[in-house]
Design a protein around this ligand. Structure first.
Ligand SMILES: Nc1ncnc2c1ncn2[C@@H]1O[C@H](COP(=O)(O)OP(=O)(O)O)[C@@H](O)[C@H]1O
Ligand SMILES: [Mg+2]
Length: 240
């Protein structure tokens, strides 16, 4: 890859007390690509994302977004710089409507009302189900629809980089495919995506680049498709 990376992470370490959850990792995201970080439960994936978003303290390491040093910025400044994480566990506000949830996603921006209405239309084009259920309470959505709402809400903040922590968790395979297909679509429209997943097969299928993390260390990296065919990956994560 010749172009400079959009996001560069160097020597990232994170500890919880005496537990070193992330043990000095390096990775890059390239503009317009889907990059995935895959690994087993407890490998350090969520910790890596929390560190990027400024939500856990980094013991060491640097985070650079398009040349800007985000390492010591507060979580809200990180969001303002364009790195936006989809709320984990589909933490939508269940007593608000679908539309209200989406509008909240855009509240950090100072665009005109007209611009925000256009953005809302764009989200409804990506997720027609959300449009149908626009005036319904988010709490009445299915798991898959809530995941779509969480993604839609993050997109309302107009990110440069979208971070997702296991969007497939707890969803039926057909719904996972639907969500991943939509992620691909959003990515094709230009958005850079960092996808953290335990669903190794599906994540590698849609990713341009991939990193495998084991107990806090990156052990493999390559193109998504290439790692899908890697015997080590097949043995450890794809049932041989
Ligand atoms: N808040 C916490 N306090 C202490 N240990 C934690 C905490 N969160 C995660 N860990 C530990 O850090 C390691 C990495 O966890 P995590 O980043 O959640 O992994 P993953 O997202 O890959 O499942 C695990 O050993 C986990 O038990
Ligand atoms: Mg996790």
């Amino acid at each position: 890859m010749s172009a400079a990376p959009l996001l560069k992470v160097e020597g990232l370490k994170v500890s919880y007390g005496h537990i070193e959850a992330v043990k000095g990792i390096d990775f890059e995201l390239h503009e317009g690509q889907i990059t995935t970080l895959v690994g087993a439960n407890g490998a350090g994936k969520s910790t890596t994302l929390l560190a990027l978003s400024g939500l856990v303290k980094k013991a060491t390491g640097r985070v650079l977004l398009g040349g800007q040093d985000l390492t010591s910025l507060s979580p809200h400044k990180i969001v303002a710089s364009g790195m936006v994480q989809v709320a984990e566990g589909r933490a939508t506000l269940t007593t608000l409507t679908v539309r209200e949830n989406l509008e909240l996603g855009g509240y950090t921006r100072r665009d005109s009302r007209g611009q925000r209405a256009d953005d809302l239309d764009h989200i409804y084009t990506l997720f027609p189900r959300l449009k149908e259920r626009s005036d319904g309470l988010a709490g009445n959505l299915s798991g898959g629809e809530q995941q779509m709402l969480a993604i839609g809400r993050a997109l309302m903040a107009k990110p440069r980089v979208l971070l997702l922590d296991e969007p497939s968790m707890g969803l039926a395979p057909i719904i996972v495919q639907d969500i991943f297909r939509t992620l691909r679509e959003i990515n094709k429209a230009g958005l850079t995506v960092f996808l953290v997943e335990q669903n190794v097969r599906q994540a590698l299928k849609i990713a341009d680049r991939a990193y495998v993390i084991e107990t806090g260390k990156i052990v493999l990296e390559g193109e998504g498709r290439e790692l899908l065919g890697n015997p080590k990956v097949q043995d450890a994560y794809l049932g041989g």
